[in-house]
Design a protein around this ligand. Structure first.
Ligand code: GRF
Length: 204
């Protein structure tokens, strides 16, 4: 039997990945419960999506991040109060301090719209497109203290077509994100995440 995986989602923006997870829970029997959503911005659309779904939220703002450790203490408190087992970053634009990482060791996920370790950073799709790569994709990885770094859990590659525009590429990348993140969460809920030698991670 698969236990329900309780997750806390961290976001800063549109929250389309949060929505994809909520839709997979509702329509594809994804054995996950989003127990809290934390936003680094009070105006994030992702907060509205959470509220519409009846999920408790915590909204921080720039003043809270003047002391990143204090901000993360609030986040950890919210995650623990909600009994989250995993932390799922979905467009969260703040660096995590060791406080979150040590409170949820090896249980913080991030999704990135490129094939890491290539094209880290906030403009990955555009950077890859402008570089003229012929293949790009999506990465889900365990987070560490650096942006877009940590053991890779899953990747999906796509071809960049000669007639792709930045917009068409973005659309396809986001579509892949919206299927890959729920798939990874299902694997974790099923206990199929395997930690191997040298810190490597795979899905059985
Ligand atoms: C996604 O492209 C994700 O890979 C990146 O930030 C974006 C968040 O999008 N880390 P959304 O807020 O889930 O729509």
């Amino acid at each position: 039997m698969t236990d329900i995986l309780k997750i806390g989602v961290l976001l800063s923006g549109s929250g389309s990945n949060l929505q994809a997870i909520l839709d997979a829970i509702a329509f594809e029997d994804l054995p996950v419960r989003v127990v809290v959503v934390v936003s680094s911005r009070p105006d994030a659309k992702g907060l509205e999506r959470a509220q519409l779904a009846g999920i408790p939220t915590l909204a921080l703002d720039a003043t809270r991040y003047v002391d990143p450790l204090k901000a993360d203490a609030l986040i950890v408190e919210a995650l623990q109060d909600a009994q989250a087992c995993w932390v799922v970053m979905a467009g969260y634009m703040r660096k995590l301090t060791p406080l979150v990482l040590s409170s949820f060791p090896q249980r913080v996920l991030n999704i990135h719209p490129a094939l890491l370790p290539a094209f880290k950073g906030a403009h990955a799709i555009e950077d890859a497109f402008l570089a003229g790569v012929k293949v790009t994709g999506v990465t889900v990885h365990l987070a560490d203290e650096d942006y877009d770094r940590g053991p890779i859990v899953a990747q999906r590659a796509i071809d960049v077509c000669p007639n792709d525009t930045l917009e068409s590429l973005e659309k396809r990348i986001h579509h892949i994100e919206h299927t890959l993140y729920p798939q990874v969460l299902r694997s974790i809920a099923q206990g199929r995440l395997c930690r191997g030698e040298g810190g490597k991670v795979s899905i059985l």
